[in-house]
Design a protein around this ligand. Structure first.
Ligand code: GLU
Length: 285
């Protein structure tokens, strides 16, 4: 019998803003899950979408995590330094005809959808790609312009999401491709992240199958809501995490995970929650 893979978990923030109270819940849960399994906990800086990243935000985030005692077991990995790996995966998908080049702009996609079904509503805030370029690009690209590359989906992912983009026309690899390649190449066995990312999981599993990668176990943590009932997110201006009182900050995140309040040192609190974790984990999905 082969030895089970050693647990490797990760927290994967995008440096588009500082961590907020909601991001700490996901970070803490992924940390505790790794520690409770005697595993390794890694940090990956997801700076693949360069236009959206803020300079030096990685340093701010790593400091926020360090302030509350969340120290990774290996040096952080940066997606901006791994484009060659994403290109290799895309090349593999091109060779296997699992992707196709696409010349549609967002506007073209919206127009094709409206034409096919005037009552169509975007799902998950995204447009379900109607398959325009699946059997060949429908427009000639301007001289020097590159196509986007889309993944040929099937089944429910096709009807719910459509053929999603892996590499954009501006040359940026997308989060979906980068996260799947990185989770596989970093040997990630367990992904613990916020429920706001739940919609992405079926896409990522489909890509793992296409690339012949193993599928990690997924666990999603509850979202923290702001007083107005909106989910906390960088997009709607959630406040940066205040780490001036690390234990207080950790206790707030722990509460969202149903863990009991701790009064000792940060490291005592973390080890206490690690031992409570198995029980609490069962309440998540
Ligand atoms: N980088 C993503 C984010 O900050 C998280 C990716 C993941 O955990 O899969 O929302």
């Amino acid at each position: 019998m082969s030895k089970p893979a050693t647990y490797r978990g990760r927290f994967a923030p995008s440096p588009t803003g500082p961590l907020h109270a909601g991001s700490l819940v996901a970070a803490l849960a992924s940390y505790l899950d790794a520690k409770a399994h005697d595993g390794k906990w890694l940090i990956r800086i997801e700076d693949v979408d360069t236009p959206r990243c803020i300079a030096d935000m990685d340093i701010v985030i790593l400091q926020q995590l360090a302030d509350v005692g969340l120290i990774p077991d290996e040096p952080p990995v940066y997606q901006s330094q791994r484009s060659h790996l994403y290109q290799a995966a895309l090349d593999q998908l091109i060779d296997n005809k699992q992707v196709f080049p696409c010349s549609c702009s967002r506007k073209d996609v919206a127009a094709a959808i409206a034409k096919a079904n005037p009552n169509a509503k975007p799902k998950h805030g995204e447009l379900v790609y109607p398959g325009t370029c699946r059997s060949g690009m429908t427009q000639t690209l301007a001289l020097g312009a590159e196509p986007a590359w889309r993944f040929k989906t099937s089944g429910e992912v096709k009807t719910q999401i459509g053929d999603f983009v892996l590499k954009r026309a501006d040359g940026c690899f997308t989060y979906q491709l980068a996260v799947v390649v990185d989770d596989a190449l970093q040997g990630i066995t367990h992904v613990v992240r916020g429920a706001d990312l739940l919609d992405n999981t079926p896409r990522q599993i489909a890509l793992q199958h296409a690339l012949d990668y193993p599928t990690p176990q997924y666990l999603h943590t509850p979202l923290v809501m702001a007083a107005d009932g909106e989910k906390l997110s960088k997009q709607n201006g959630a406040e940066a995490l205040d780490t001036s009182n690390p234990l207080k900050t950790l206790n707030m995140a722990a509460k969202a995970l149903n863990l009991s309040e701790q009064n000792g040192s940060v490291s005592e609190a973390l080890s206490h929650w690690t031992s409570q974790w198995q029980l609490k984990r069962a309440q998540l999905n």
